[in-house]
Design a protein around this ligand. Structure first.
Ligand SMILES: Cc1ncc(COP(=O)(O)O)c(C=O)c1O
Length: 390
């Protein structure tokens, strides 16, 4: 049987070894505490669910336009204007089955065989896979604590070649939680000025932000607006991972049409009920609920960082966004920075599941998700403290 080379190259998630082991241990009756979640532990706000129920009961169950219903596209355009200072018209927006599909559409529509896509590392696992699947070549820029895991203008300049097609920026970042500040984005914009390089700005965690002000890449300048494809969605900030709602916005109407064609041939519109509910999530009606979640995340972040500070050998930068801690384990000499071995033994010995940094392209770290209760955070970090002392 001949399978396509393209599909064979697609990797299974690097976290699978750990999650399989966690499930096996759980099945054996072990008490497993997992900090590997990539989603909020909160339920979707009731006002949003109520609208979905109304839509369902009123028979809102048919195909819709591929890009999304006009009311939803308008709600997104209004949100981007009001909250991000970005002027997009509804026809410059495409709604997809999660930001994952938005990214898939973008890479498929823009990447030619051999094109280089710059991805700061550590990175969210999906980018390099999708870039490779589209025929492109991921070019990683490694970062570390000295720049809060953010690329510098110098690094970006050095990474650019004649084949560079695109830069992917994630702000706030998964897995580090770091946020590009306005002045940093201005410096990045200066490097890109005059080039034909696209920017994909993944702003999925935009609402989960602490201490700093969020700036959208496209808001930096006219030049950035025209080269940036803004990607966002409701999964993380409104606790709607299962609803599958993501979107992208671009000033390039031709590009939008091409991506619309692609989506029309594979998935068409997203779920009609989700679309109606999403309008409520975007128009401000759920803002109080969103703020309550954000505040809870901020308190959990503070608690977890304080506890980790007391554990000798572990280091962590306090994240300014998202719900992850990217913990440096390099001082635990026994593991020599081997994040897989560290995660595996931590799971076997203490029943604590983390995601090895290797999955995000950076060994020497583990990702701890604080999308869980304070009690779980306290108990989990107690166990981790015991483990690193062994
Ligand atoms: C940085 C980032 N972008 C995009 C996504 C995809 O979100 P969704 O497809 O649920 O909209 C995720 C989910 O983990 C993420 O962490």
């Amino acid at each position: 049987m001949m399978y396509s080379q393209k599909i064979k190259n697609l990797s299974e998630s690097a976290t699978i070894a750990i999650s399989t082991l966690a499930s096996e241990l759980k099945a054996k009756g072990r008490d497993i505490l997992s900090f590997s979640a990539g989603e909020p532990d909160f339920d979707t706000p009731q006002v949003i669910k109520d609208e979905a129920i109304r839509a369902l009961n009123s028979g809102y169950t048919k195909y819709t336009p591929v890009a999304g219903i006009p009311e939803l596209l308008k709600a997104i355009a209004d949100k981007l204007e009001r909250e991000n200072g970005l002027t997009y018209s509804p026809k410059e927006i495409l709604v997809s089955n999660g930001a994952k599909q938005s990214l898939f559409n973008i890479f498929q529509a823009l990447i030619e065989e051999g094109d280089e896509v710059i991805i700061p590392s550590p990175y969210w696992v999906t980018y390099p896979e999708l870039v490779t699947y589209s025929g492109g070549k991921p070019v990683f820029i490694p970062t570390n604590e000295s720049t809060d895991f953010k690329i510098t203008p110098k690094q970006l300049k050095e990474a650019i070649t004649s084949k560079t097609k695109m830069l992917v920026l994630t702000t706030p970042s998964n897995p580090t939680g770091m946020v590009y500040l306005k002045n940093e984005l201005i410096q990045i914009a200066e490097i890109l000025q005059g080039s034909k390089i696209w920017v994909v700005s993944d702003e999925m965690y935009e609402k989960l932000i602490y201490d700093v002000e969020f700036t959208s890449c496209a808001a930096i300048s006219e030049d950035m607006m025209s080269r940036t494809i803004t990607v966002n969605g409701l999964s993380k900030s409104v606790a709607m991972t299962g609803w599958r709602m993501g979107y992208l916005a671009t000033k390039d109407l031709k590009l939008l049409k091409l991506m619309n064609n692609l989506q029309s041939q594979c998935t068409s519109n997203i779920n009609s009920i989700t679309q109606r509910a999403s309008i409520v999530a975007l128009n401000g009606e759920a803002d109080a609920d969103i703020e309550l979640m954000r505040e809870a995340f901020q308190k959990r972040r503070d608690l977890a960082c304080e506890l980790i500070g007391d554990i000798g050998g572990l280091k962590v930068l306090k994240p300014q966004g998202a719900f992850y801690l990217f913990i440096n384990i390099k001082d635990i000499s026994k593991y020599n920075g081997d994040s897989m071995k560290f995660s595996q033994e931590l799971l076997e010995k203490e029943g604590v599941a983390l995601v090895p940094g290797k999955a995000f392209g950076m060994d020497g770290y583990v990702r701890f998700s604080f999308a869980c209760s304070n009690d779980q955070i306290i108990e989990g970090l107690n166990r981790i403290s015991r483990f690193v002392k062994l």
